[in-house]
Design a protein around this ligand. Structure first.
Ligand code: ASP
Length: 605
């Protein structure tokens, strides 16, 4: 029996409209009279009057046996009151957590009617998830959020936030909110800007991170700061990147790298344990140098092998031009990877790989199929000596049926391209249950490269502390020495995704001055960009260090999603659009006037 939506449902004192969540009911509840609230997921007729109504709430589904449910439609909002009973023998549903029971003798109150949903929420294919175009899901996100997948993902996310907050609290960090309307942050991305109405023609930047504020908190004696911080960066969107994202941001005084690694590892371990119940143990470490040499990446996916092998020595006196080192003035290398059973790749597949390698910056790609008896089948085999071919197979441990891929180039390019080839060919071999592989990558270089004018390009922000042992190299006459300077910067990597980064900060003004000088940041630029921080640093900045990691990425990996959009309640599409609200949208001319802005006509393209 159903009542119509106009009637006000009776509240049950102390619990709102329901006594229980339907998906939580179990055999223990048999015999209880319960009221459950939610949406009609499905109705299946059962004889002339009776129908099975699956009611959905945030805990899942419960089956209700309803007499006279003819006017109940999908997604109607209902309260169902009845008695929990065991399902008749042979009709239990092991796929459903509440599958041993059903609610009988039901009274149904329709709390609201609903139009037919624009896409089915229930899985009709048996694959676990309905296959619906993501655009449609995002346009009607409020309906998509009712799906089991989104409910699970967002609740996991809440668990992670909660565990991180608790962990930081028990590590004596203080939660502090920093402002959203600020001047620029030096994270290297493009700022989102907000025009100021009170100062027309002037702009706030939205924070790329709370970096400078957390450092100010250290000068302010807060000692240990953390925040679950929203950060905004105007960068191209990808599977693991949105314009706005959340990070656990932390900073502590009178500590060094080891302490920060410990604080962060503890917080991450707490989050993982809260979700999986498992301990991650000590997170292994690797230097940036080793990561590049072995995996061709500063965020190595260590879940599979196919590591890079250095082969330069084998070709020191080769006749093959592409492998000749030249005059030795460059850091020229030959490196290779072994692709197990890759000899079966077709010529077309190999040509595609070569094209990719070139697109990624290699001059070319040498491939060799390992055949019976260890002989190599390759277009370049004829240019190599017998001993070169033999040592190649031995060094790469090639076996019959394998494919060997070689790149000869300057070290950074060779490592980079082989690293990408390794991912391209190896990632698909990682079993779904490979688990979580965290890794600390430490000792990042202070400078990424030298710019056109010979001045170094910082790998992190300009406040990153160099390694004490390498500090003297900052005074070198040869700019190339600068590329050898290691920094006290570190990244946390999970399954090949960069989860976050941090560093020990420079707190001494002499060293900071030297750094600005090296980076070509003159006095005026220093004042405009960081004047307030430099001022603060004159008043007793303690030694400090910090870290931040992306919560969206961590949650995505914990729930096995490949795209962080799946763990964000209201994400943007790849092109930056919010399909639900229509943002970004034009604004009315009078607002532009107030802000002192005039729009240029759009270019014709
Ligand atoms: N501010 C850095 C970031 O957001 C993290 C840090 O250095 O603490 O990536």
């Amino acid at each position: 029996m159903t009542t119509n939506p106009q009637q006000t449902p009776q509240r049950i004192p102390g619990v709102g409209l329901r006594t229980d969540y339907g998906g939580d009911l179990r055999a223990d509840d048999i015999g209880r009279e319960v009221s459950v609230c939610g949406w009609v997921a499905r109705r299946r007729e059962h004889g002339e009057h009776l129908a099975f109504v699956d009611l959905r709430d945030r805990t899942g589904l419960v089956q209700c046996v309803v007499d006279g449910a003819a006017d109940l439609r999908s997604e109607y909002v209902v309260r169902i009151t009845g008695v929990v009973r065991a399902r008749p023998e042979g009709t239990t549903n092991p796929a459903l957590a509440s599958g041993e029971i059903e609610i009988g003798d039901c009274t149904v109150e329709v709390l609201n009617i609903a139009e037919p949903p624009p896409f089915p929420l229930e899985d009709k294919t048996g694959s676990g998830e309905p296959t619906v175009d993501e655009g449609i899901r995002l346009r009607h996100r409020y309906i998509d959020l009712r799906s089991e997948r989104m409910q699970r993902n967002l609740r996991t996310r809440a668990k992670v936030n909660h565990a991180l907050r608790n962990s930081m609290d028990s590590q004596e960090f203080v939660e502090i909110e920093t402002p959203m309307l600020i001047a620029s942050t030096p994270e290297g991305a493009r700022d989102f800007v907000v025009p100021s109405r009170l100062s027309p023609g002037e702009f706030y930047a939205l924070p790329q991170s709370p970096q400078l504020f957390k450092q100010l908190c250290m000068v302010g004696g807060l000692d240990r700061y953390f925040q679950i911080a929203r950060c905004l960066r105007d960068e191209d969107l990808r599977a693991d990147r949105q314009f706005e994202f959340m990070q656990l941001d932390l900073e502590a005084s009178f500590v060094g790298q080891e302490d920060v690694l410990d604080f962060t590892s503890t917080a991450v371990a707490a989050a993982v344990e809260a979700v999986t119940g498992e301990q991650i143990g000590t997170i292994p470490r690797m230097t940036w140098h080793e990561a590049r040499e072995r995996f061709g990446s500063d965020k190595p996916d260590v879940r599979f092998g196919m590591e890079l092998t250095e082969l330069t020595e084998l070709f020191l006196s080769t006749e093959f031009n592409a492998f000749k080192a030249g005059d030795g003035s460059r850091d020229f290398v030959v490196k290779g990877i072994r692709v197990p059973e890759g000899a079966s790749f077709t010529r077309k597949q190999l040509d595609d790989l070569t094209d990719k390698a070139k697109r990624w910056g290699a001059k070319g790609l040498v491939w060799m199929r390992v055949e019976e008896g260890g002989t190599l089948n390759s277009p370049v085999a004829k240019f190599l000596s017998e001993s070169e071919l033999t040592s190649l197979v031995t060094t790469l441990e090639g076996e019959t049926g394998d494919l060997l891929l070689l790149v000869a180039d300057e070290r950074p390019a060779a490592c980079h391209v082989l690293g990408l080839l390794r991912l391209e060919l190896g990632r698909s071999t990682v079993p779904a249950d490979a688990g979580l592989h965290f890794l600390w990558v430490v000792d990042f270089p202070l400078f990424e490269d030298l710019g056109e004018d010979g001045s170094p390009i910082p790998a992190h922000h300009p406040f990153t502390m160099p390694h004490t042992a390498d500090e003297h190299l900052l005074d070198t006459d040869d700019p190339r020495d600068l590329l050898q300077v290691r920094s006290q910067a570190y990244d946390l990597v999970l399954n090949g995704w960069e989860l976050g980064s941090g560093s020990v900060r420079i707190h001494r003004s002499d060293l900071q001055g030297r750094m600005f000088e090296l980076l070509g940041i003159g006095d005026e630029e220093q004042r405009t960009k960081f004047g307030f921080l430099l001022d603060a640093f004159r008043f007793g900045a303690p030694p400090h260090a910090g870290f931040a990691f992306g919560i969206d990425r961590l949650v995505a990996l914990l729930v096995g999603e490949e795209n962080i959009r799946e763990v964000i309640a209201f994400p943007k599409t790849q092109s930056g659009a919010d399909l639900l609200t229509g943002a970004p949208t034009p604004i009315e001319p009078r607002y532009l006037d107030e802000l002192g802005l005039r729009l240029l006509p759009r270019s014709a393209d």
